[in-house]
Design a protein around this ligand. Structure first.
Ligand code: GTP
Ligand code: MG
Length: 194
């Protein structure tokens, strides 16, 4: 079980030269705009430091939260937000390519998927792109408070089938609102950041 004692925002990177390059371990969170990344991070690190908004595409930077003076929990800018310009998309790809190409590999990339929709086109596009970096991936199904227990099971099964061609990733159902799934996820994070 990973136990968060301290957390602080240690860097906000908009440009490749602002990325952190040290030997600390890191886990990162990515997903479509509005999927609930910042909310989840706030729940996990028990503070209100990751910005939450109902306006999609709010997080445009890479935000590094230093946890227990030891590990980075990293909030990545969302993808698949239609109302972004070509130049913004190129900026996103350049920043993310630099980020994922780092020699100090991420310990785990958590890909967040809305439990109500499972994977959609934008998620597949991202998966096909990210696979080249050979980073370990786990899936978090967000906003499960919007589904019945039975529907959550169906969503897990459907997601497992859809990601199967890409790998045998762990899947964690999660709700920030109802604070469900925290223990299972923190157990996993504890093992990953050991
Ligand atoms: P971007 O930074 O824009 O990419 O969004 P994000 O993925 O960081 O999402 P964020 O955490 O800002 O949440 C987006 C919206 O979803 C907000 O209105 C949240 O209140 C809502 N939300 C987040 N998590 C949950 C959840 O577990 N349940 C429900 N019902 N709503 C949630
Ligand atoms: Mg966000």
């Amino acid at each position: 079980m990973y136990n968060v004692k301290r957390a602080e925002l240690s860097r906000t990177a908009y440009l490749p030269n602002q990325l952190i390059n040290d030997s600390r371990k890191g886990i990162a969170f990515v997903g479509r705009s509005n999927v609930g990344k910042s909310s989840l991070m706030n729940v996990l690190i028990n503070t209100k430091i990751a910005k939450v908004s109902s306006t999609p595409g709010k997080t445009r930077s890479i935000n590094y939260f230093l946890v227990n003076d030891k590990d980075y929990f990293i909030d990545l800018p969302g993808y698949g937000y239609a109302r972004r310009s070509e130049s913004e998309l190129r900026k996103w790809e350049k920043l993310m390519t630099e980020f994922f190409s780092d020699d100090e590999k991420l310990s785990m990339l958590f890909m967040l998927i809305d439990s109500r929709h499972s994977l959609i086109k934008a998620d597949f596009v991202f998966l096909e792109w990210i696979i080249q970096f050979q980073i370990p991936i786990a899936i978090i199904l967000t906003k499960t408070d919007k589904l019945s227990t039975q529907k959550i099971q169906i969503a897990i099964k459907e997601t497992r089938e859809k990601i199967q061609p890409f790998g045998d990733f762990e899947i964690f159902p999660f709700s920030s609102t109802k604070r469900k799934g925290i223990k299972e996820l923190m157990n996993f994070i504890g093992a990953v950041l050991k």
